[in-house]
Design a protein around this ligand. Structure first.
Ligand code: NAD
Length: 403
């Protein structure tokens, strides 16, 4: 597919494009896709904005603020009937998928590489699906649209606050009349966007911070934040494509784990953020390593999900305490715990992406555009995203493990 194609007019009663932000279906999802401050950006570009009743309430954006900003507040059924463009933070729940109609555009974090069947269904329904998590991240023009970065950064910040909250000592060094407390020692494993923010936040709280990543270029970044880089002999360089890490071999993974064990045992707080695109998160913290930690130590596994996490003993969505007194937190949606800030950043990202696709108040699909070629998953009744198409064509395979 080449060239620009204007989406068909979808409703005689909607002469201008209607952009609709939905209330998220998952009750633990407190974020909202559009905040009142961004309504005027869209209306200024010739679109009408509608918002589902109480969509922003959990992020502290009352309906009245949307109305004041120029949006109409509607029930879900009225909104879905009117919408030309549907905005979501997460993926599309079943009741939204079945309510979509031909010609609508749906923008959210659709994770097409984990859920290619959703793409196939939206294509069948004639919906243009746009996925925020498919954005090319190193393109400077796309940086203001990069929700993976904005949300990972917020998650890294919150992970440190959770660790500090669970930790039963001061994080900074304090000299008081009641004695001197040493600073907490924090180890950050995985130094991508979340890890860098975790290092910065822990340093601002006064911790002594060490960090480790398999990509050698992270060493300079760690040092520039005033943290110590942990050098491992077992995995000298595991840089993969596009700035991401590659999956380690089984031997490398075992060697890495056993070398990391000594470092883990000497830290008060361990925050793990390691991910490898298209794979299960690598196992970095073994049960043996946890058994060697001091009572009162805290681990936050930021990679925890239904696919597993970086920490062998973590229970996705739960905080548990081991027999030797180590608290392991495995929160599932850290950005939702900073709902106002995370919504503001996501809204900024989604509004900029949408505006980059709008001409004369209408969404214009142009698959020759580098950003659109990456984020547009379905168009004109077809799945147009090559990686999603490849998954749909392949016999169903589980997400590969690290080895
Ligand atoms: P990510 O979430 O995929 O992974 C987090 C970190 O885990 C990465 O740093 C990765 O190297 C590390 N990791 C993977 N396996 C590991 C292992 N076995 N042991 C230790 N660490 C391991 O990464 P991300 O935060 O999405 O960032 C990915 C890349 O994208 C980085 O290079 C980042 O600088 C880059 N990026 C660039 C821009 C930009 O140029 N504007 C924006 C965002 C991200």
């Amino acid at each position: 597919m080449t060239g620009a194609a204007e989406l068909p007019e979808t409703s005689a009663s909607a002469p201008v494009t209607v952009v609709a932000a939905l209330k998220e279906a998952d009750p633990s999802e407190r974020r909202v896709a559009l905040v009142p401050a961004d309504v005027a950006r869209l209306t200024g570009a010739g679109m009408r904005v509608v918002i589902e009743e109480s969509a922003g309430t959990a992020a502290w954006f009352p309906d009245a603020d949307y109305a004041k900003a120029g949006a109409s507040v509607l029930s879900r059924s009225d909104l879905l009937a009117e919408a030309d463009v549907i905005l979501l933070v997460g993926t599309a729940p079943e009741e939204v998928v079945t309510a979509t109609r031909q010609g609508q555009t749906l923008v959210g974090t659709l994770q097409p590489l984990l859920a290619p069947q959703l793409a196939a269904r939206l294509a069948d329904r004639g919906v243009t699906a746009v996925s925020m998590d498919s954005l090319p991240r190193t393109l400077s023009r796309a940086q203001s649209m990069d929700s993976l970065t904005s949300q990972a950064s917020i998650a890294g910040y919150k992970a440190v606050l959770i660790a500090a909250n669970e930790f039963a000592r001061y994080v900074p060094m304090l000299m008081t009349a009641a004695g001197t407390t040493p600073p907490a020692s924090v180890l950050v494993l995985g130094v991508g966007v979340a890890g860098l923010q975790a290092i910065g936040t822990a340093r601002r709280l006064g911790a002594v911070v060490s960090a480790y990543d398999v990509r050698p270029e992270t060493r300079e970044q760690v040092l520039s934040l005033g943290a110590r880089f942990v050098d491992l002999r077992s995995v000298p360089d595991a840089a993969g494509e596009g700035g991401y890490a590659r999956a380690l071999t089984a031997e490398e993974q075992l060697a890495q784990q056993s070398e990391l064990d000594d470092h883990i045992a000497t830290h008060d707080i361990v925050i793990t953020t390691a991910q490898v695109p298209g794979h299960r998160p690598p196992r970095l913290v073994s049960a043996e390593a946890v058994a060697r930690m001091r009572a009162g130590s805290v681990i936050v596994d930021m990679a925890a999900s239904a696919l597993g996490g970086n920490v062998e003993l973590s229970k996705p969505g739960a905080t548990t305490v081991t027999a030797n007194g180590v608290t392991i937190a495995a929160p599932l949606n850290l950005p939702a715990m900073v709902a106002t800030g995370a919504s503001m950043a996501y809204s900024h990202n989604i509004a900029r992406l949408l505006l980059s696709m709008v001409r004369d108040g209408r969404v214009v699909i142009d698959l020759d555009d580098e950003i659109q070629a990456a984020v547009v998953i379905t168009f004109d009744g077809k799945v147009v995203h090559p990686a999603t198409n490849a998954l749909l064509a392949a016999p169903s395979t589980p997400v590969p493990a690290q080895s």
